[in-house]
Every structure is written in structure tokens, then in C-alpha cells.
Design a protein around this ligand. Structure first.
Ligand SMILES: [Zn+2]
Length: 257
């Protein structure tokens, strides 16, 4: 079984700070491997309050796509929870280099609690237990930011297109059957390095995915109702299924529902 559970669908500052949507990141269960991706503020609480409960001590890895707080706020407490307070060394943490250098978001004292810390770089393949994933090209997002492609054999089943400003050929970087897109803005705003619906439309017109899940919503997305936006996109792109994620949503990657 391969499932992606949304412990939060908040994007950027205000939706996170007001907790209009939760900001716990995503829990990926891939057969017997468990990976937490982008544990923003409240991730620990969201894991423990999930039904069925998600047990952090069963995690095999934690991935940060980048250091912004809505993606990393709970990273330290999740490292402690994964390693049972640091007493059971386990797990791999994957993060871009700037999460560990000056002003690190991963505190030094708990780095020894985990088996390994691996630095994410563009176009590199990584492994956690039975899961293989590859980073895409570096995003345009102010800090070091990498999206992820999860593989089964030579096929990419799941692509996670994290925060970025739109760039040419962005869709080509994410060829997964299931494509998750972080779409913060409804309309573009200058100087904001985030995707908006026009960018999503450009991606969908080129992407190979069968299912696309929109998540990581900012204020303007919430005001325009993500499920209504998804409905419109479904009329526009009839060969794909487009879903707006909600807090607590669990998605079966193989079934596509
Ligand atoms: Zn960001």
C-alpha cells in the first residue's frame, strides 16, 4: 500500500499563522517505509491526532524540501519523536544544505540522534529503506528548494512539486502519475516566488500525470475555494483528475483516489 496523508494544506505565512488550514506536512507510507515530508508547525500534534494514529517512532525518514518555517517548524521535535527522545538512533533526515549551515533550522544537538543526515542537491537520487526518490532541478524560491520524484523501478509514481516561481519546462521536471502541486496564490503577485493558477494551468497542459492534487494554499486560494478551482480545472483538463487537498485527506497512490 502506498498512501499520502495530508497533515496540513496551509501554504505560506498567514494561512499557517492563523491555522486556517493545518501545516503538518505530508506523511508518505510506501509499503513498509514511512516518510514525513515538510513538517511545519503542528506536525507532531497532527500525527498523534490522526485516525488511525501515525506513530512518529515508526518513521524511517524526514525530508525538508526547503527551510521556510511552514515546511520546517516542527523538524526538531519530529526528529526527537522519530528517535524516541534521542534514545533510539534511527532514520535519515534529508534537507538542503542551508537548513544546516548558518542559522540552521535543524538544531545541532539532535543531529546525532538520527542514523544519517543527507544533503539534498538537484537531480540526485536518494534512498530511504525501500523507497527511492530523485530531486528535480533547483527551484526559484529564495532559499535552496528541491521538489521530489518517487520511483518504483523506472516509473515515477509520485511527484511533489514544492514551492517555486514558475519557470520554463517546470512540468518536465515532474513526470509522476500522481502530481502534487503547492499552489499558494490564486493570481500572481510580483516579487512572490510562488505558483498561481495560471502557472498551474501551464503545468497541467504539459504534465503527464493522471491525477493532480493541489495543496499548500495561501489566503487568495482559500478565498476562491480550492475545491471550486479544482472543479473548473477538471473541465479544462478532461484527461486528468484534479483534486483540492484538505486537512487529513488520505490518498491511495496506486488506486489514484
Ligand atoms: Zn517556501
Amino acid at each position: 500500500m502506498k498512501t499520502l496523508k495530508f497533515l496540513g494544506t496551509a501554504g505560506a505565512r498567514f494561512v499557517m499563522l492563523k491555522q486556517l488550514r493545518a501545516s503538518g506536512g505530508m506523511w508518505l507510507r510506501w509499503e513498509n517505509t514511512n516518510i514525513l515530508i515538510d513538517p511545519g508547525p503542528g506536525s507532531l500534534v497532527r500525527c498523534l491526532n490522526s485516525r488511525p494514529k501515525l506513530e512518529p517512532s515508526k518513521l524511517d525518514g524526514i525530508i525538508l524540501t526547503h527551510r521556510h518555517l511552514d515546511h520546517s517548524g516542527d523538524i526538531n521535535v519530529m526528529i526527537e519523536a522519530m528517535t524516541e527522545g534521542g534514545f533510539k538512533k534511527r532514520g535519515i533526515v534529508f534537507a538542503p544544505g542551508d537548513c544546516l549551515e548558518d542559522d540552521p533550522v535543524i538544531l545541532k544537538y539532535n543531529r546525532n540522534f538520527v542514523d544519517k543526515i543527507e544533503i539534498l542537491e538537484e537531480n540526485k537520487t536518494y534512498k530511504v529503506k525501500d523507497v527511492t526518490f530523485k530531486t528535480a532541478k533547483k527551484h526559484i524560491h529564495g532559499v535552496q528548494t528541491y521538489g521530489l520524484n518517487f520511483k518504483e523501478g523506472n516509473e515515477i509514481l509520485l511527484s511533489l512539486l514544492t514551492d517555486t516561481k514558475y519557470f520554463t519546462n517546470l512540468a518536465k521536471e515532474y513526470p509522476g502519475k500522481v502530481l502534487v502541486i503547492n499552489v499558494v496564490r490564486y493570481e500572481a503577485k510580483e516579487n512572490l516566488e510562488h505558483l498561481d493558477i495560471k502557472g498551474v494551468e501551464k503545468i497541467l497542459s504539459q504534465a503527464e500525470c493522471k491525477t493532480c492534487i493541489l495543496t499548500h494554499f495561501g489566503m487568495t486560494m482559500l478565498k476562491n475555494r480550492p475545491h471550486e478551482i479544482a472543479e473548473k480545472l477538471n473541465h479544462q483538463f478532461k484527461d486528468k483528475k484534479i483534486i483540492a487537498a484538505y486537512d487529513g485527506m488520505s490518498f491511495d497512490i496506486e488506486k489514484g483516489e
